[in-house]
Write a protein that binds this ligand. Structure first.
Ligand SMILES: N[C@@H](CCC(=O)N[C@@H](CS)C(=O)NCC(=O)O)C(=O)O
Length: 200
């Protein structure tokens, strides 16, 4: 049975639990990282040299980097509705996954950390974050989900950042397409149970 090392309050682990819930797959969950520790142990570092969670072990295969894990699970377990099996279908999903991993989530994480530390540059960081979510809002004016009208792993990859946008205590524009998208995500039981409590 597939093993998932992670913790429920980690947004990157939560993405993996979310996908596994969506496809109804059983797995063994091993609490690791944060208050559970274990991710700085030699045995863990031998699997994942970065000492981060999640890490997935499926037979002889070890996969880390949450988005790589999402792609592996969707492809290995034939969830083609969530990650198509054609090059063009995959590229359409992958471009939004990569965009959210590089342009959407990192500026938001930087802003949240800086706000917590009462650091400098909050206004400029806020403007960058608003810019990224405004771009997402424009895309969501064209399709119901990130990579088209269907729900895919691009939505799982971006889900934690979208949730955090709504929790962000700054003056934000009212992005109506994004609001409607958030409601669509919240209507999914696995989003409500996995992402809403994942705070780090
Ligand atoms: N890019 C990595 C980031 C992994 C990451 O930073 N994980 C955090 C939790 S969300 C972590 O392991 N923090 C240290 C810990 O939990 O002890 C991914 O997407 O998997």
């Amino acid at each position: 049975m597939m093993k998932v090392y992670g913790r429920s309050d980690s947004s990157n682990s939560a993405k993996v639990y979310w996908l596994l819930d969506e496809i109804g797959m059983e797995y063994e969950r091993i609490d690791c990282g944060g208050r559970f520790g274990g991710n700085d142990e030699p045995a863990y570092l031998a699997m994942n040299p970065h000492g981060k969670v999640p890490t997935v072990v499926d037979g002889d295969l070890v996969v880390w980097e949450s988005n790589a894990v999402l792609r592996y699970i969707a492809s290995q377990y034939r969830a083609v509705e969530l990650w198509p099996d054609t090059p063009s279908g995959r590229a359409t999903v992958d471009k939004w996954m990569d965009w959210s991993a590089t342009a959407l989530a990192p500026p938001l994480t930087r802003l949240r950390k800086t706000m917590k530390a009462d650091g400098d540059g909050i206004d400029a960081m806020t403007a960058t974050v608003i810019g990224a979510f405004t771009q997402l809002d424009a895309k969501l004016g064209l399709t119901q989900h990130m990579a088209g009208n269907a729900f895919t792993i691009a939505d799982i990859a971006a889900g934690p950042a979208v949730h955090r946008w709504f929790l962000l205590p700054v003056d934000k524009p009212d992005l109506t397409n994004l609001n409607a998208y958030y409601e669509r995500l919240r209507a999914r039981p696995a989003f409500a149970s996995r992402i809403v409590g994942a705070v780090s």
